[in-house]
Design a protein around this ligand. Structure first.
Ligand code: NAD
Length: 492
């Protein structure tokens, strides 16, 4: 633990006096004048008011996006011209790394060392799609003597992008880059817990030469601004990242207007450690998997399944390491776990810590770290001997809390891994290649990492199965989602 008091809150210089919407190239307040409080997670005090978008603000933003789509140059530009602008966006994003990290860490409680580098990842998303649209080849099929068939890609229209509060800027880039690359115009509704970094986009896009109306930002609550965006009849698709329960509501609300949907939802991903694994690497990686980003990571390996012969050793070593993780002020470079994003989320995570005490054997953490009377701080918490019907085994906690469970056979490990409603990621640790691949084929998850962290190549599909999502984005799949593919048939 750091010796700094959580009260030594670092407040970035030059914070905005208020957080506004950005519509049609201008910063504006809500038409109604409504605002909501934004808190920092260390003092839990309101540091700024943000415009609380309502239906009429969404109407205004969608109308601007629609005009830019119907009349503006963006959807009609040559891929190379859009690509140049996307590359300029990437350079601008990257040049703001330090500022972005400072704001992100202050607003979300992410340790500063982990917030640094988020800009780089966001920039890579723009570079990747800038390259892809230039290199893209569309399909053509010839039936000799009869027909030529080809695929005509068209951007879908106005895309509604709804994003969560964990690594908010980076996750926004993950939607903005392919949507804009495809020629869509967008309305972004960022998470209400963390609206600060999203306000950087407006200047970045303006400086890069994105025409007015192509990018619009409406802040506000999910049930108000988010809901109005989802139900708007002039929005052709919704790309959503957030909780599975919210995904269900949005799914139903998209039905009347038959919108395209992409849903990246919650997770309760297993990390399976076989007795033949390299235990040092497995321990390093499974610690990182659930305690980096404060455990507020969709792909967190929050259930660790360990084969019986190495179970006791694993639990003992894992708990000892978890106890040494440095909890502290998000701005302190020594900090490894910062403050959870918001008091409401803190209460939720703490309630699971209490539930866990009745469901498993507490071997590390279990409450507030010593010396932290205020702020949303949770000590890295490890429960061992957790049964598969336990709530801390089944439910997404989204904080620095992990459940460890023993298994005896490959079949049992698979049943445990698949025995939850989620299916986002899975991590497998074994030195037996055949077992690793066999397990990977059978595990119910959108993504599998064998003997590795969740680093991914941007060309690969990203997404979950079961309650973890609908549709996969990543590489060409993202461009497909934001495009209509019209088949044109010509008689020869
Ligand atoms: P959330 O579902 O509470 O909110 C996400 C967004 O949806 C916010 O912008 C919110 O304002 C908006 N929203 C809420 N209700 C809405 C409604 N009725 N209509 C329209 N919009 C609405 O999720 P959160 O707490 O911000 O984020 C954490 C969750 O996100 C976790 O479950 C996590 O696993 C998941 N997540 C998934 C991925 C992934 O790629 N699969 C990535 C990051 C986070």
């Amino acid at each position: 633990m750091t010796d700094q008091s959580p009260r030594t809150l670092h407040v970035p210089e030059g914070l905005p006096e208020k957080i506004q919407h950005y519509i049609d190239g201008e910063f504006v307040d809500s038409l109604s004048g409504a605002t909501f409080d934004v808190l920092d997670p260390v003092s839990n005090e309101t540091y700024v008011q943000a415009a609380a978008g309502q239906r009429d603000d969404i109407d205004r933003a969608v109308a601007a996006a629609r005009r830019a789509f119907d009349e503006g140059p963006w959807p009609r530009m040559l891929p190379r011209a859009r690509s140049r602008i996307l590359n300029r966006i990437a350079d601008l994003v990257e040049s703001r790394d330090a500022r972005l990290a400072e704001l992100e860490s202050f607003d979300s409680g992410l340790p500063i060392t982990q917030a640094l580098g988020q800009a780089q990842r966001a920039a890579e998303n723009f570079r990747f799609f800038a390259d892809l649209i230039v290199a893209q080849a569309d399909d053509a099929y010839k039936v000799p003597g009869r027909q030529l068939n080809y695929v005509n890609r068209k951007p879908k229209g106005v895309a509604g992008l709804i994003t969560p509060w964990n690594t908010p800027f980076m996750l926004e880039s993950w939607k903005l880059a392919p949507a804009l690359a495809s020629g869509c115009t967008v309305v972004l509704k960022p998470a209400e817990f963390t609206p600060l970094s999203a306000s950087l986009w407006a200047d970045i896009f303006r400086e890069a030469g994105v025409p007015d109306g192509v990018f619009n930002l409406v802040n506000g609550l999910g049930e108000e601004a988010g809901d109005a965006l989802v139900k708007h009849e002039d929005v052709q698709l919704i790309s959503f990242t957030g909780e599975s329960r919210t995904g269900q509501i949005i799914f139903a609300n998209c039905a009347p207007t038959l919108k395209g949907m992409s849903m990246e939802l919650g997770g309760k991903s297993p990390a399976v450690v076989f007795a033949d694994a390299d235990l040092d690497r497995a321990i390093d990686s499974t610690l990182f998997g659930v305690f980096s980003l404060n455990g507020e990571r969709c792909t967190a390996g929050s259930r660790i399944l360990v084969e019986r012969p190495v179970y006791d050793e694993f639990v003992e070593r894992y708990a000892a390491r978890a106890k040494r993780i440095v909890v502290g002020d998000p701005h302190d470079p020594k900090t490894e776990v910062g403050a959870l994003v918001h008091p409401e989320h803190y209460e939720k995570v703490m309630s699971y810590v209490e539930i866990g005490k009745g469901e498993g054997r507490l071997v590390a953490g279990g409450g507030r770290p010593e010396g932290f009377e205020t702020g949303n701080y949770v000590a890295p918490t490890v429960f061992a001997d957790v049964k598969p019907d336990a709530r801390i085994f089944q439910e997404e906690i989204f904080g620095p809390v992990v459940a460890i469970t023993p298994f005896d056979t490959d079949e049992e490990a698979l049943a445990l891994a698949n025995g939850v409603k989620y299916g986002l990621a899975a991590y497998i640790w074994t030195s037996n290649l055949e077992r690793a691949h066999t397990f990977a084929q059978a595990v119910e998850s959108g993504m599998v990492w064998l003997n590795s962290h969740n680093v991914r190549d941007l060309r690969t599909p990203f997404g979950g199965v079961k309650a973890s999502g609908l549709g996969h984005e990543g590489g060409y799949r993202s461009l497909d989602f934001y495009s209509d593919q019209q088949a044109v048939h010509i008689t020869l």
